[in-house]
Design a protein around this ligand. Structure first.
Ligand code: PEP
Ligand code: MG
Length: 538
């Protein structure tokens, strides 16, 4: 038996056979067959790869979610980038490289440039360039682009690309163990969305020598056990059975009220970033959608979405929730989220820059389109609107003025909307928590975004692994700010929710409820477990 510790990337435990997967590498010895012939090979393989990536986008959007599907769309866009094609052409024409070598070089040089950019969003795109390029090389070499095990396995690899993960038959993928990787990389995020355990940074233990062996993969504690002995295997099997039983028993909470033992009613809502998430929220019996992140409607496109496209997406969410509340957040891009067509200027400190409502207020037409779409969707369910990244009273006043303008337009056009639509703001800057009493007089509710509140309070970039030890959403400074916002909300008669990741932390539920928090909004898969936790509290 061999036990290796890595980094936990997705929770759960599983025992299965390991399947080692190695990406196809370019055939270096293939002779150069002339520039025009090599370029024609490249273009044909690239077009085939783009077609495959768009197919994967559709598969991911149905099976996992829009956010994950966007990864493949981005890969397809990168392959069609003019600079990328020019880089391949230069290697073919000037250095007489065969197409697969030229693509491998372009991949290295583009991904190295992105990784060195110092920008978290662009650095993360380095893996996407490699993924998309590996697909082109695979097509050129007639090689494999996805693992093809003949039964259910724990997939073992140096590193996995998101497309390799999504291409696999999901019923055969029981867990992921990689020698490299990172818990914040897309593959780890995909594993969490798919609900399968993953452990990364395992070093050579997750290598070829693991192939075909019995393994235990413990995604809760970040452990890979090769050839477990009977005791280890038995313990893993009983933990897996307990987890399955817990999951099944949570189903009994469906349809019940969320009351503490003391009788207090608490709303447990779900966060969603796509219609697939809205369906998952319903499947987990969420009381509503506490945060509909609308940015993916923008990031997955290469142009601005139209009012009709936004409206039909918001309306679908409102109708699916059939009367349960849907809190739609206005666009929160900037910082790590951008798309080329948005034309956002490079900023030295993007998290402190022109993001979220700051961007929307500086682009009235962009803002107005969203506001009109949200108002129109409010006629089809119980919709509320929420503004992110509020720091000042002026921010809120300007947002409300813009909303009034959109209302007046629709009224003049005879278009219906809910006249009682609730308006709220996110409390995710320390400033907003500190002046919460002033903000409370302007809106109907607060929702605390602890993901950002922690990064701004503790001066620790939420994406920077080097300062991860500073980034603690339960830090006393963050908790005190939440307490201040909750007091201001209660004094003014507002409801207050928490929609950052802290909302799902069972060790903080009692404290948050004691502060007066009325609603907790968590990922759909955490809804039932949180409901169980609330029922244990006095
Ligand atoms: C937050 O900041 O806590 C939040 C919910 O918003 P996002 O993670 O989208 O910034
Ligand atoms: Mg936020």
């Amino acid at each position: 038996m061999e036990k290796t510790y890595g980094t936990a990337a997705s929770p759960g435990i599983v025992r299965a056979r390991a399947f080692f997967y190695e990406r196809v590498v370019p055939v270096s010895g293939r002779p150069f067959s002339g520039a025009e012939a090599e370029l024609a090979r490249f273009l044909a393989a690239r077009d085939e790869a783009v077609g495959q990536l768009l197919g994967l986008r559709d598969k991911a959007s149905v099976e996992i979610g829009e956010e994950e599907a966007a990864i493949f769309e981005i890969g397809a866009m990168m392959l069609q980038d003019e600079d990328y094609a020019a880089c391949v052409e230069e290697a073919v024409r000037d250095r007489s490289l065969a197409a697969e070598r030229a693509v491998a070089e372009a991949s290295e040089s583009f991904s190295a440039q992105l990784a060195a950019s110092g920008d978290a969003y662009l650095s993360a795109r380095a893996a996407d360039v490699k993924d998309a390029s590996a697909r082109v090389v695979g097509i050129l070499c007639g090689g494999r682009t996805a693992p093809e095990p003949d039964g259910p396995v724990v997939l073992v690899a140096d590193d996995l690309l998101p497309s390799e993960t999504v291409s696999m038959d999901r019923s055969l993928l029981l867990g992921i163990a990689t020698s490299g990787g990172s818990p914040n990389a897309h593959t780890a995020i995909l594993a969490r969305s798919m609900g399968i355990p993953a452990v990364v940074c395992l070093g050579p233990a997750a290598g070829r020598s693991a192939h075909g062996r019995d393994v235990v993969l413990d995604g809760d504690n970040g452990v890979l056990v090769l050839d477990p002995d009977a005791a280890e295997a038995g313990a893993a099997d009983s933990r897996a059975a307990e987890a399955a039983a817990r999951k099944a028993s949570l189903q009994s909470l469906r349809g019940l009220e969320n009351r503490t033992r003391g009788g207090r009613l608490v709303d447990v809502f779900a966060n969603a970033g796509s219609q697939a998430d809205v369906e998952a929220a319903l499947a987990n019996d969420a009381g509503g959608i506490g945060l509909l992140r609308s940015e993916f409607l923008y990031l997955e496109k290469d142009r601005y979405p139209t009012e009709e496209e936004l409206f039909s997406s918001y309306r679908a969410a409102a109708e699916s929730m059939a009367g349960r509340k849907v809190v739609i957040r206005t666009l929160d891009v900037g910082a790590d989220k951008s798309a080329p067509y948005l034309g956002l200027a490079a900023e030295e400190n993007p998290a402190l820059g022109l993001r979220a409502v700051r961007l929307c207020l500086s682009r009235p037409a962009l803002f107005n389109t969203q506001l009109r779409a949200i108002l129109r969707a409010s006629a089809y369910g119980t919709v509320a609107i929420m503004f992110p990244m509020i720091a000042t009273v002026r921010d809120v006043e300007e947002c409300l003025r813009a909303l009034d303008g959109a209302r007046a337009e629709l009224q003049a056009e005879g278009v219906s909307f809910d006249p009682c639509l609730e308006t709220g703001i996110m409390i995710e800057t320390p400033a907003a928590a500190l002046v919460a009493a002033d903000l409370a007089s302007l809106v109907d509710f607060f929702s605390v975004g602890t993901n950002d509140l922690a990064q701004y309070t503790l001066a620790a970039d939420r994406q920077n692994a080097a300062v991860r030890s500073y980034y603690d959403q339960g830090h006393p400074a963050v908790m005190r700010l939440i307490g201040m916002a909750a007091r201001a909300a209660k004094d003014a008669g507002l409801w207050i929710g928490v929609c950052g990741e802290l909302a799902a932390d069972a060790s903080r539920t009692a404290e948050l409820l004691a502060m007066g928090v009325d609603e907790l909004s968590v990922s759909p898969s955490s809804v039932l477990a949180l409901r169980a936790r609330i029922r244990e509290l006095d």
